[in-house]
Design a binder for this molecule. Structure first.
Ligand code: MG
Length: 298
């Protein structure tokens, strides 16, 4: 039998996994796995668990929100590549951005069966300095409050257009003077918000056109929102975000690159997968090409 380590956050998604445990464990067994179940005991525990115990297992099943998956991946990235078992993900959070990329079945037991027996595929992982992210590193507007209220951040991209619409004083918008070097050039200007991602969904909405996002292509997508100086520019930004049309004229930049070097004239707060990622004046964001394997649905 394959040895499966089941790491789950018992509080994720208002504790929805607790009532499903018996069915989930049964699904693992029926799929031919001998299962060890571990309920995480607090922040950081899923990362520690993956780092310390993963090498003794053939497969990991991870149940929780994006934060739990983030931790499991971060834990595995501390191990040599050959000691990282594939991950099956059972999303149980409130937003579940990353799961939208994986075409998972509905229902906990169905997801458990897939996690235990499905074919894993390699995915890229992002790196910001010494830290990892699975799907998004965001900076600027709103991200400084995010680590106190993760949900607020998770919704910011979806609500950015909405918030900008309500702005009465353009001058009151906090912006950052940024230089962003990427594979094909350099951008410089005053920006409200930026996001480097590898996902079709950020903040519970489809943040980027799904036909332009590939999880294992060695590329990340950058969306950068310029500070509007006139009401007409503000309207163009709101429209571009709503339509996902990122052009030079719209004030929203969108491009692909394997790395970004970001320099700011002042410390700018970052979030990684919705958690606080520190403040940086100069930082390097890059992809690591396919160091982790995750099970996809059909
Ligand atoms: Mg990609």
């Amino acid at each position: 039998m394959e040895k499966l380590l089941f790491i789950y956050n018992p509080h994720a998604g208002r504790g929805q996994v607790r009532g499903k445990l018996a069915g989930v464990l049964n699904a693992f067994t029926r799929a031919g796995c001998l299962c060890t179940a571990y309920p995480t005991q607090g922040p950081g525990d899923a990362a520690r668990c993956a780092r310390e115990w993963a090498p003794g297992f053939d497969r990991i099943a991870c149940c929780g929100g994006d934060g739990t998956l983030h931790e499991v991946v971060a834990g595995l990235m501390e191990l040599p590549e050959g000691s990282r078992p594939p991950i099956g993900y059972l999303p149980a959070g409130t937003t579940n951005d990353y799961a939208r990329n994986l075409k998972l079945p509905r229902g906990m037991e169905e997801m458990a069966a897939l996690a235990a027996s499905g074919e894993p595929r390699p995915v890229d992982i992002g790196r910001l300095g010494e830290n990892w992210f699975i799907y998004v590193a965001a900076f600027g507007l709103f991200t400084d409050v995010a680590y106190n209220t993760p949900q607020q951040f998770k919704n910011t991209f979806g609500h950015l257009a909405y918030v900008l619409k309500g702005v009465s004083e353009l001058g009151s918008l906090k912006s950052y003077s940024l230089k962003v070097e990427h594979d094909e050039g350099t951008l410089e200007g005053e920006y409200l918000y930026g996001m480097v991602s590898n996902t079709i969904s950020v903040g519970g909405i489809l943040g980027l056109p799904s036909d332009e996002v590939v999880l294992d292509d060695g590329l990340l997508e950058l969306v950068l929102v310029e500070k509007p100086r006139t009401v007409a520019q503000l309207n163009a930004v709101v429209m571009a975000l709503a339509r996902q049309e990122y052009t030079a004229e719209s004030g929203v930049v969108g491009l692909h690159s394997s790395r970004f070097h970001i320099t700011c004239t002042e410390p700018i707060p970052f979030t990684l997968d919705g958690e606080f990622g520190g403040e940086h004046t100069e930082t390097e964001i890059a992809t690591v090409n396919t160091p982790i394997r995750i099970v996809y649905g059909k």
